[in-house]
Design a protein around this ligand. Sequence first.
Ligand SMILES: Nc1ncnc2c1ncn2[C@@H]1O[C@H](COP(=O)(O)OP(=O)(O)OP(=O)(O)O)[C@@H](O)[C@H]1O
Length: 255
Amino acid sequence: MGDMEHQEPTIVINGLRFTYPGIDGHPPPGSKPLIDEFSLNLNSGDRCLLVGSNGAGKTTILKILGGKHMVEPQMVRVLGRSAFHDTALTSSGHLSYLGGEWRREVAFAGFEVPIQMDISAEKMIFGVAGIDPQRRAELIKVLDIDLSWRMHKVSDGQRRRVQICMGLLRPFKVLLLDEITVDLDVLARADLLKFLRKECEERGATIIYATHIFDGLEEWPTHILYVAHGKLQFALPMAKIKETSNLSLMVSSYV
Ligand SMILES: Nc1ncnc2c1ncn2[C@@H]1O[C@H](COP(=O)(O)OP(=O)(O)OP(=O)(O)O)[C@@H](O)[C@H]1O
């Protein structure tokens, strides 16, 4: 997908197959893979919505891409490397995953900052070393963060905004978002989406965003990825979808 034919794809998924291990650490013998025959290439600048019903496998796929589940190295390449085996991908900030576990446990993978303690937003955000001050200032503005917020007293949505800021401070090349905007109000979400779009258009980042909330997203993605029963049912450029029908109609015809 994408127009940049001469560039290597940023994400290559090649015949991905995955089964969650049982209690002995191995997939139960004869079990049907949860993810199967999944192939997809994404390029620099692609912004994809990952859609599908509950349990379709969206989170599992994002976690595999984020290097959180082991798969054979040739099945998933991110920026030419194996996300699971090459830890430099995430530690460098080139690959960033913001999802459910990350929400609960830490503000940002790699920093291990507890999010419920009595610490100011300023201390958290400015505690990250080596950040471009201009990018940091832009994110604070986009997410409308008050630096004097105390993290143990703020609302869920305010805490989430600080967390998202932490997760975006380093200029990622590939960003995986798993329903991270659920606590944001409509305006905050729109501002964040605009920022993310700019990251793709100006810096050539690749983003996959799994969500059930389509409101306000009509003009955002370049592609729609639709997953059902662990398989990629279609990956279509937005223009194609607009041509044929609206998104919900399209998806319903595949269920
Ligand atoms: N750690 C796990 N061990 C075993 N099975 C799991 C595990 N995590 C998820 N599953 C199963 O894998 C399937 C896909 O789950 P996944 O979370 O990837 O779906 P999803 O598309 O993200 O769903 P949702 O829209 O509800 O977030 C589900 O049937 C789920 O029960």
